[in-house]
Ligand binder design. Structure first.
Ligand code: SAH
Length: 235
């Protein structure tokens, strides 16, 4: 199970590249296969649509059981809202499964913004497809209370627009309206775009499923156009 990183080839690790080259069969979501199109020429490629994770994992395991080397590719890190878990669940002990880590959206987005994650942070997905909304609310409350820097994955999609607004309202109970917020769309990809705003104003900006949202803690500040969460050094 191979993490492709955020998209740009410079951020694909050498081990991930080698795993793709070694594989007989490559399986993945079609958008992500685009990132590695040039590596797929002499491969058997199985591409599938969104929300087809279970089918993809089953197919991968079935093909691996025939003796072929299969690479299931996943964006970012496959162990962060990616394919690693479902492949392990379906494979059981029938085949060896190697998980190859990748640069996850939290750290690629953080690098675009400056250094927002220098202290304790919590990662929360706002997608309630596989997680009950009450659980997400509870975690937002707890992360807010804990003064964590908060990274939101899957912040908003068409037809799922209220979650980010509710998340912001919950966090405003614990964080000041001027808390720095960074929005990074397509981090480390061709059409990368980032905006620095704050918790009060963040919803005036475009946020979609290609965006990662990073919300500061009580110490986070904006310096020279970048977000900085001090680690605590005395200078
Ligand atoms: N396994 C992936 C995350 C999958 S969840 C990883 O480790 O990065 C999908 C969410 O990740 C998106 O909705 C978005 O919030 C975030 N994301 C993934 N790639 C991104 C990128 N290049 N730039 C900004 N956000 C990204």
């Amino acid at each position: 199970v191979v993490g492709l990183g955020p998209g740009g080839r410079d951020y694909l690790t050498p081990r991930a590249l080698a795993a793709i080259q070694e594989a007989d069969v490559i399986i993945g979501y079609k958008t992500y296969l685009e990132f590695i199109k040039d590596l797929l020429e002499d491969k058997e490629v199985i591409s599938s649509g969104m929300r087809k994770e279970i089918d993809r994992a089953r197919q991968a395991v079935e093909i691996a059981l025939t003796g072929k080397v299969v690479a299931v590719v996943s964006s970012g890190d496959p162990g962060v809202y990616g394919m690693a878990g479902i492949v392990m669940e379906i494979a059981g002990d029938r085949i060896p499964v190697e998980i190859i880590p990748g640069v996850t959206a939290a750290t690629s987005a953080a690098a675009v913004l400056g250094a927002p994650l220098m202290h304790d942070f919590a990662v929360i997905s706002l997608s309630d497809l596989l997680t009950p909304w009450e659980t997400i609310v509870k975690r937002l409350e707890a992360a807010g209370q804990g003064d964590f820097v908060i990274v939101l994955y899957n912040p908003r999609s068409k037809g799922r627009e209220m979650q980010i607004e509710i998340a912001r309202q919950i966090l405003l109970k614990y964080k000041e309206a001027n808390t720095p917020v960074g929005l990074v769309r397509n981090a480390k990809r061709q059409d990368e775009n980032s905006i620095i705003t704050n918790l009060g104003d963040m919803l005036k900006e475009d946020i979609d499923m290609h965006t990662t949202v990073i919300i500061g803690n009580s110490q986070t500040r904006v310096e020279h156009g970048r977000i900085l969460t001090p680690r605590g050094y005395r200078l």
